[in-house]
Write a protein of this length. Structure first.
Length: 197
């Protein structure tokens, strides 16, 4: 099997996406990817991230590849969990302080930075609508994040997210209250949960 055939086989089983790093781990030369790109057999989604031109690009996965320390946050996390019914117009990502990120990002993204000990709370892996794994905060952490006073989410988003959580089968109230104490939104969380549960 030629290196190009290996790329095509990988695209078929990986939702139409391949990174330079993945190609390298399969002993596929980066020259093959560049060549396929030059001949219109691949499109470049981001530096080192290629997609099958017939596939719709997965913006969220591309951002994760480019900003590997970033964790999807607030409304973007709610969208990934299916807790709000609209695609965010701006993706929100959180980074540990003093992380410096490139300002040459052409995606609609809002960057937050937090002390490392807060940044690390509740990070999990979840799938994008395109089927790629990305990092996001768990549901309980996300509910606390959308209630915090600075850059708070809008009232409609909060209401929809709280209602979705109330109907959620695997909810963890103990974890939610623990996070609420840490992020100083305990009273608000309690008010919502008393009405909904």
């Amino acid at each position: 099997m030629s290196q190009q055939d290996k790329v095509i086989a990988y695209l078929n089983k990986n939702g139409g996406q391949i990174t330079s790093k993945e190609a390298d781990s399969m002993n596929i030369s980066s020259r093959v990817l560049r060549n396929m790109y030059a001949h219109g057999q691949l499109e470049r989604l981001a530096p080192g991230v290629y997609i099958d031109p017939l596939e719709l690009g997965d913006d969220i996965a591309a951002l994760q590849y480019r900003l590997s320390k970033g964790v999807f946050f607030k409304d973007t996390a709610l969208f990934l969990f299916g807790m709000i019914d609209r695609t965010p117009s701006t993706y929100e990502m959180n980074f540990p302080l003093p992380y410096a990120y490139s300002t040459k990002i052409d995606a609609p993204i809002k960057i937050y930075r937090q002390k490392k000990e807060l940044y690390e709370i509740g990070i999990i892996s979840t799938k994008t609508p395109g089927g790629h794994l990305v990092k996001a905060y768990d549901v309980e952490r996300t509910l606390c994040d959308i209630l915090r006073t600075r850059d708070r989410s809008d009232a409609e988003t909060i209401k929809q997210a709280m209602n979705s959580y109330a109907r959620l089968k695997g909810k963890n109230m103990r974890k939610l209250m623990e996070y609420a104490r840490t992020f100083k939104v305990e009273d608000e969380i309690r008010k919502y949960m008393e009405v909904l549960l």
